[in-house]
Design a protein. Structure first.
Length: 147
C-alpha cells in the first residue's frame, strides 16, 4: 500500500521533509483511518509510529515513555476518552511526564463550530476534517513540527 500512497503523494507532498527523526502516535478507533495516516507517515520517512484506538490508550502510551512521541494525530470522536479530552489532559499537564506543548493534530468527521472552537481553545496544533487529503495532512504535520 505504501507504493500507492507514494504515487499519490508524489515526490514533494511532504514538502521534501523527512519525518524519520520524529516519533508519531496515531489515535483513531477506525483501523482504516489509522492505516492511511500511518502509510502517509511511513512514506514520508517516519520510523517510529505508534497507534492507539482511543484517548485512554494514547495517554497510557505517552506516559509510559514520553520521549518516544513528538507529535500526536488524533481522531476527535472516540470512547471512552475522545480526542478533545486527550488534548485537554495533555495541555493541562495531567499526563505524567508528557510535555503540555506536545503537538497534537485533531482529525474529525464532524467539523461543527463548537468542536472547532473547543479545539482552538485547547490549543490544538492543527484541525482537519475527514476525509483528510494527503496534502493537507502533511502540511499540518510540517506546521506542527515547525518544518
Amino acid at each position: 500500500m505504501a507504493t500507492s500512497i507514494r504515487t499519490k503523494l508524489g515526490p514533494s507532498a511532504s514538502g521534501d521533509k523527512d519525518y524519520g527523526p520524529f516519533g508519531f502516535l496515531v489515535v483513531d478507533d477506525e483501523e482504516g483511518i489509522q492505516d492511511l495516516v500511518i502509510d502517509v507517515l511511513r512514506t514520508c520517512g517516519a520510523k517510529t509510529v505508534l497507534k492507539a484506538s482511543n484517548g485512554e490508550q494514547a495517554i497510557g502510551i505517552l506516559t509510559s515513555d514520553p520521549s518516544r512521541c513528538q507529535i500526536v494525530i488524533s481522531d476527535c470522536n472516540m470512547k471512552p476518552v475522545n480526542g478533545l479530552q486527550l488534548l485537554k489532559t495533555i495541555r493541562k499537564g495531567q499526563a505524567n511526564g508528557v510535555d503540555p506543548n506536545l503537538p497534537i493534530i485533531l482529525l474529525t468527521g464532524h467539523s461543527d463550530a463548537p468542536v472547532v472552537k473547543r479545539a482552538v481553545e485547547l490549543k490544538a496544533s492543527g484541525f482537519l476534517a475527514k476525509p483528510v487529503s494527503l496534502e493537507k495532512l502533511t502540511k499540518a504535520i510540517n506546521k506542527a513540527l515547525s518544518l
